[in-house]
Design a protein around this ligand. Structure first.
Ligand code: NAP
Ligand code: F7E
Length: 359
């Protein structure tokens, strides 16, 4: 698919900012696309060719390219394919690039370390090299991760020494340092957002939060009676994804490129998340949760809790939704989705006023 021309830089005489989002079909990509469209951007997204539909999270944004005033375009591409990425850059000529595409599952990265390095690590290098070779003067956002902190003690901030514990964390660290190197070596505008876990009703179903909230909805409905889990002592700093993509945008609006931690600053164990989620529907998690060692990781990140003081001070970013409210949002959305059927499993825009009406 390639449903958009690259030359539309202005509408009705006004200059339109053009963004390219890799990973647009993912949780963050879908919220970010909505946010940028609501700000008047022209949005181009890279999607992977698949034998099944993988655009569930962005279908509501799609506009036939023959319509008037189309500002949303999709292009086939893959972070494994540098030639294609470079030709897309030359065709689209983006002002801002949000590089979100990645093999993003930590447990899977132990099963597929080479593939994860290829997509999550080298993918960033391919894109940056494409920007350098085409001479684009665009801004570049790299989706860095708290997983890079690994075993470093909390709270972690921009000055914490990285100690990754998974092929995913190591691949993200390669990408993070590559973005910094292109900033320093070539004067390119590259910024890293070091984001702690952020979740939503659009979260992939195999991440722990969504796995739990889906299970709670199904158990409540009498469809399941057990939930198999791994290490429930791990502690994470869980925020709300729509707020984090707004942080990504703020990071790229700075005059000078820099790296920022985005986090809520509070840690909860998986056990506490289970308690909050089951309590919300009046159930006791201990009656349903079972242990399955296949969900354990060869090396675990025991505790990450972020300190986003720098983001608060320099870009005015601060999260409003904390973990307990996030749990309620996700459980309620999964209960609703179950009642309405699978086609309703993608929630509607979450923060009124941010997004265009999408039906
Ligand atoms: P996600 O839901 O897993 O989405 C990942 C996106 O990358 C999807 O659009 C996926 O496409 C795409 N992708 C995967 N492999 C690709 C390839 N080879 N070529 C092109 N696209 C590919 O992840 P997310 O939660 O939105 O996270 C966005 C980014 O932030 C990721 O880089 C993630 O590693 C990073 N991050 C996430 C968190 C978090 O808590 N969510 C925290 C820190 C950093 P398909 O839809 O076709 O699979
Ligand atoms: O695991 C434990 C698991 O897979 C969280 C990605 O977005 O955030 C995410 O990575 C914790 C871990 O997320 C199960 O061992 C227990 O300690 O939801 P998760 P993650 O590994 O923190 C970072 C910041 C990213 O960048 C990543 O892209 O929960 N856990 N039992 C389990 N985890 C899963 N998935 N499934 C279980 O059954």
């Amino acid at each position: 698919m390639d449903n958009g021309p690259g030359e539309a830089a202005s509408t009705g005489g006004s200059i339109v900012t053009r963004a390219l989002i890799t990973g647009i079909t993912g949780q963050d990509g879908s919220y970010l696309a909505e946010l940028l469209l609501s700000k008047g951007y022209e949005v181009h997204g890279v999607i992977r060719r698949a034998s099944t539909f993988n655009t569930r999270r962005i279908d509501h944004l799609y506009v036939d390219r023959h319509e008037r005033d189309v500002r949303f375009f999709m292009h086939y591409g893959d972070t494994a394919d540098g030639t294609r990425l470079t030709s897309l850059l030359a065709q689209i000529l983006p002002d801002e690039i949000y590089h979100l595409a990645s093999q993003s599952h930590v447990r899977v990265s132990f099963d597929e370390p080479e593939y994860t390095s290829e997509i999550t690590g080298l993918g960033t290098l391919r894109l940056l090299e494409g920007i350098r070779q085409t001479g684009l003067g665009c801004r570049f956002y790299q989706a860095s991760s708290s997983e890079m902190f690994g075993s470093a003690p909390p709270p972690q901030n921009e000055l914490t020494v990285f100690a990754p514990r998974s092929p995913y964390g190591i691949s993200k660290l390669f990408a993070h340092w590559t973005a910094r190197n292109y900033r320093e070596a070539y004067g390119m505008y590259t910024a890293n957002g070091i984001l702690f876990n952020h979740e939503s009703p659009r979260r992939g179903e195999t991440f722990v939060t969504r796995k739990i909230t889906r299970a709670v909805a199904r158990i409540r409905a009498g469809l399941d009676d057990e939930l198999w889990m791994g290490n429930i002592d791990a502690i994470r700093d869980w925020g709300y994804a729509p707020e984090y993509v707004e942080g990504m945008w703020r990071i790229l609006q700075c005059d000078e490129p820099a790296d920022y931690v985005l986090a809520t600053g509070a840690g909860y164990s998986v056990r506490e998340f289970l308690t909050l989620a089951f309590d919300h529907v009046g159930l006791d998690w201990q009656n349903y949760v079972r242990f399955d060692e296949s969900y354990l990781r060869p090396t675990e990140v025991d505790v990450v809790i972020g300190d986003s003081t720098k983001a608060s001070r320099e870009i005015g970013w601060a999260p409003k939704v904390h973990t307990p409210e996030l749990v309620r949002i996700m459980v309620d959305a999964d209960i609703r989705a179950l009642a309405e059927g699978a086609s309703a499993s993608i929630d509607r825009p979450a923060l009124p006023g941010w997004y265009p009406a999408t039906g």
